[in-house]
Design a protein around this ligand. Structure first.
Ligand SMILES: Nc1nc2c(ncn2[C@@H]2O[C@H](COP(=O)(O)OP(=O)(O)OP(=O)(O)O)[C@@H](O)[C@H]2O)c(=O)[nH]1
Length: 406
């Protein structure tokens, strides 16, 4: 017979799990797209209910309701597996999942009603619950382990919990003097070990999962802050930050700034629509990216303006890179329908220190606009003389208009 103090003690793990479930539920309401939070919250709710009932029910009643109470625990284990699989982006195989659940409940029924055996029912149930937990592990391992320590810790905590669930009855039988004979009593070694292990792993798993999710969210925010969503290259803000770091590294000199701009981009939009304009922007950023080296930076400053910081290169070398990008785009027959070629203009200026960044950007921009004024489709490099040609000498007005829809 339980005293009220006993109840507090045996219900503590359930109450703690309910508290964790509540926290996860609130997190899920705030972050609806993180569906694993919903499954984990449900898993803890069901597990808390199941172990709570199991802890306070009188023995006679417990023997009567053992199958439904354990079924609740099993569904809780399934929800936990579901949460893990959703978090790792893998599918739980439906047939094996259903078979394991049915086989576990059938063997439980067998050891309760047909051939009563306490050891048999505890062991059959532990193996079944552990197998349900282990179901998403194989698809996760097939996808390959990530190098991240937090992801690995999460996986191994989860696997350890599943393995411990399977081995717990055997361990208690080996260690305890009474084995599983008094396992149905709330203060038995078996039941206390069960409660403590559930609580310990639930806490550890939740902390790791939340840490991994917070870090992932921060990374995602950092990407959204730094990356231009259309072209997937750096934006102006990130360029300035990273350029300062490159410019502080003496091993990367000489360095050069390139300012590039698509010619008559407005006409591309006007003639073939904004979607084609977006496609052209993506094509140009791809061409820029694969014509530079790893240490170099490629950024979209806005509209059809691009800026590159090339490292370990002089002005002539940078001019060759700009011409290579122009040539590649000029020969892409697919990009613009019905004939006209895609051209770019570039201005190129050298840079000798991080203090010069603003000045070098201004100089490259100035050279870019002199290239535009000189007729577009050309590369203007610092230190060379270019006659100041007026805007009238630009390509004829019908540069892209020949393919205007009728
Ligand atoms: N499709 C698309 N168009 C954009 C985007 N951002 C800016 N634009 C368009 O880019 C065009 C830029 O036009 P202008 O600044 O006149 O430049 P341009 O037509 O290329 O002329 P030049 O630079 O002098 O050769 C404008 O029509 C903007 O609406 C974008 O993200 N996608």
């Amino acid at each position: 017979m339980h005293t009220s103090n006993d109840y507090i003690y045996v219900l503590m793990p359930s109450v703690s799990l309910l508290f964790l479930a509540g926290l996860l539920g609130v997190c899920w309401v705030i972050q609806r797209q993180q569906r694993f939070l919903f499954w984990l919250c449900t898993a803890y709710l069901l597990t808390a209910t199941s172990i709570g009932i199991r802890s306070v029910l009188k023995l006679e009643l417990l023997n009567h309701y053992v199958v439904p109470v354990n079924a609740l625990f099993l569904v809780g284990a399934w929800c936990m597996a579901k949460s893990f699989s959703v978090r790792r982006g893998v599918l739980m195989p439906p047939m094996p999942t259903a078979s394991v659940c049915v086989a576990t409940l059938a063997s439980l029924y067998y050891f309760v009603q047909i051939a009563p055996s306490l050891v048999g029912r505890i062991q059959a149930f532990s193996i079944g619950a552990a197998l349900v937990l282990l179901l998403p592990v194989s698809p996760v391992l097939k996808r390959g382990l990530s190098d991240d320590w937090l992801d690995r810790a999460l996986l191994w905590t989860y696997v350890s919990y599943a393995v411990f669930t399977m081995l717990r009855p055997a361990l208690v039988m080996c260690l305890g003097t009474t084995g599983l004979s008094n396992a149905m009593q709330a203060n038995s070694t078996y039941w206390v070990t069960t409660l403590m292990s559930i609580l310990f792993f639930a806490l550890l798993f939740t902390v790791l999962l939340c840490a991994a999710t917070i870090r992932e969210t921060l990374n995602q925010l950092r990407i959204e802050r730094d990356i231009d969503m259309l072209t997937q290259i750096l934006n102006r803000r990130a360029f300035h930050e990273l350029a300062q770091r490159r410019l502080a590294d003496q091993r990367l000199y000489p360095m050069v700034i390139l300012a590039g701009d698509i010619d008559h981009f407005k006409r591309i939009n006007d003639n073939w629509g904004h979607a084609k304009g977006d496609e052209v922007l993506q094509l140009v950023s791809n061409a820029m990216q694969h014509n530079v080296r790893n240490q170099d930076l490629v950024a979209r400053f806005g509209g059809e303006e691009f800026v590159l910081l090339l490292t370990r290169i002089d002005l002539q070398g940078a001019e060759q890179v700009a011409k290579r990008i122009c040539m590649e785009l000029r020969h892409d027959q697919e990009v613009l329908p019905q004939g006209p070629v895609l051209t770019l203009s570039f201005g190129i200026a050298s840079i000798a220190s991080k203090e010069q960044l603003q000045g070098a950007l201004k100089q490259a921009d100035h050279l870019l606009y002199s290239a535009k004024n000189a007729g577009r489709d050309r590369v203007h490099v610092e230190g060379r003389f270019y006659p100041d040609i007026s805007f009238e000498n630009t390509k004829p007005e019908d540069y892209y208009t020949m393919s205007l829809p009728l």
